[in-house]
Design a protein around this ligand. Structure first.
Ligand code: C5P
Length: 247
């Protein structure tokens, strides 16, 4: 693990982003430890950054973090915290002590919660990202169920701006939002985007996709990619092809 301890000085971003292979975060969306290990074995050195989500973390807990650290991988712990500021600050401290490079919170938790999260990881290598509006929400649901009057796109931008103003380090957003978020939040703000698909891969259930190269061209720092790699017959070859297209 390159950035493991809780007392290191912060860098401007988790290391490795400038190299094409450093931009790809593989979503470790599997059910069991065996499946995770098999995927890690087959990807070997070709991938250095993994996303662990709610499903795998709830089922395996810290064992999966340890496995990734033992393999010297960087980690995005995607648990989307949303609670009162004190609780979120405490959990951000905890995950920072695990040596994860990225974790995230819901921006809808508000400025005080995000400030507390940012303060909790100050001086550590963990970076905290904001999730704005979940992409599973439609514009109609945002208006009629959440009663957000601003409209989906403007609300996403407003929340990204709030996250940046609260001291968070970046945002998870759709590839379509990259340029607007970059313009609103500035150069140093990390943009991590799922919903990317190489031209040769299946879209699966992703609706508004963009190729990895296009997402990087528009300003994405990191790409979260799952099934085009994890469901490929040869995951290492699929990862290499994507990285090659980025180069
Ligand atoms: O397999 P696929 O490339 O679609 O995986 C994308 C990953 O990014 C999954 O872990 C998914 O949960 C996550 N994600 C997403 N869209 C969002 C936020 C997260 O696809 N808006």
């Amino acid at each position: 693990m390159k950035s493991t301890t809780n007392n290191q000085q912060p860098t401007t971003a988790p290391t490795g982003r400038s190299r094409p292979e450093g931009r790809v975060i593989v979503a470790l969306d599997v059910d069991t430890f065996d499946q995770a290990r098999r995927l890690l074995d087959s990807l070997g050195e070709s991938v250095s950054f993994y996303k662990v989500g709610l499903q795998l973390y709830t089922s395996l807990g810290q064992a999966v973090i340890k496995e990734l650290r033992d393999r010297d991988k960087r980690i995005f712990l995607d648990l989307k915290f949303h609670d009162i500021p004190n609780t979120v600050a405490s959990v951000c401290k905890v995950v920072s002590s695990f040596g994860v490079d990225l974790c995230n919170v819901h921006a809808l938790g508000g400025a005080a919660m995000m400030r507390a999260a940012a303060a909790a990881v100050e001086g550590c290598n963990t970076r905290v990202l904001a999730v704005t509006i979940l992409t599973s929400h439609t514009p109609e649901a945002v208006r009629d169920e959440l009663h957000i009057e601003l409209g989906l796109e403007q609300e996403v931008l407003a929340l990204a701006g709030l996250a940046a103003g609260s001291g968070l380090h970046g945002v998870v957003c759709s590839p379509r939002e990259i340029e607007a978020v970059r313009a609103r939040c500035g150069e140093g703000f990390l943009i991590v985007t799922p919903g990317v698909r190489p031209a040769w891969a299946e879209a699966n259930d992703q609706k508004r996709i963009m190729t990895p190269a296009e997402a990087v061209k528009r300003g994405a720092d990191y790409l979260v990619i799952g099934r085009p790699i994890t469901a490929a017959t040869d995951p290492a070859a699929a990862a290499a092809r994507i990285i090659d297209e980025l180069g």
